[in-house]
Design a binder for this molecule. Structure first.
Ligand SMILES: [Zn+2]
Length: 215
């Protein structure tokens, strides 16, 4: 069997925590919603086992605190554990102090559960942009060795279009694993992330602006 150099990542959050609902569903209401994250994640774990595939799971702290057995289950099956914030708030909506507190909190929760350092971070909704690049230094200070939050595309709520498409190091040494893009018909298009499933990818291709720079 040939080895393939790629990485598969999965964000672990419940449906009511997505950014699209942040103005509709208050965090106070999360407890009262039907929780589906455990069952759905266990289905994903079964599928990965079936294909003998490992992934990195970026987990929301609120979910980890409520369902530590889910975190242990993911870890025990040999997958990597990363942080996906505590409250799933966009980084650029926070002050640097709020970001530091939120991120330190989720990191401590996950490390307590698995008994190992947690080294990777993914921002909710890829919200490390040109306006919130200060987060990179805070991640380094908190002991992370890599980030996977920067989407090198044009988008109305996220993206740094000129950022590299493949792994690179920030000036402070933190590794960045960018969100995946592909070149199709001469255009750089997103190929991952919740919104960009098959149909929306085609819509994006035809609707996105014609002056998108190519890389
Ligand atoms: Zn998320």
């Amino acid at each position: 069997m040939t080895s393939i150099d790629n990485y598969l990542t999965i964000d672990v959050e419940d449906y009511f925590q997505v950014s699209a609902f942040e103005d509709i569903i208050r965090t106070d209401d999360w407890d009262g919603m039907e929780h589906r994250v455990v069952r759905n994640t266990e289905n994903v774990l079964e599928l990965l086992d079936q294909y003998d595939t490992k992934a990195t799971f970026f987990i929301v702290g609120w979910v980890a605190e409520k369902y530590p057995h889910l975190v242990r289950n993911i870890h025990n099956r040999g997958h990597s554990i990363g942080c996906h914030s505590y409250w799933h708030r966009k980084v650029y909506d926070l002050s640097p102090e709020q970001f530091r507190d939120d991120t330190a909190r989720v990191k401590a929760i996950l490390e307590e559960i698995i008994g190992e350092p947690v080294l990777g971070y993914r921002a909710p909704s890829y919200s490390i942009t040109a306006n919130s690049l200060w987060a990179i230094d805070i991640l380094k200070e908190l002991g992370f060795t890599y980030d996977s939050s920067i989407f090198p595309i044009h988008h109305d709520t996220y993206g740094i279009p000129d950022a590299p498409r493949f792994a690179y190091r920030h000036a402070n040494g933190l590794l960045e694993y960018p969100i995946s893009t592909a070149i199709l018909l001469g255009r750089k298009i997103p190929v991952s992330g919740g919104v960009f499933s098959a149909i929306s990818l085609l819509v994006y291709l035809f609707m996105s602006s014609k002056n998108q720079p190519q890389r």
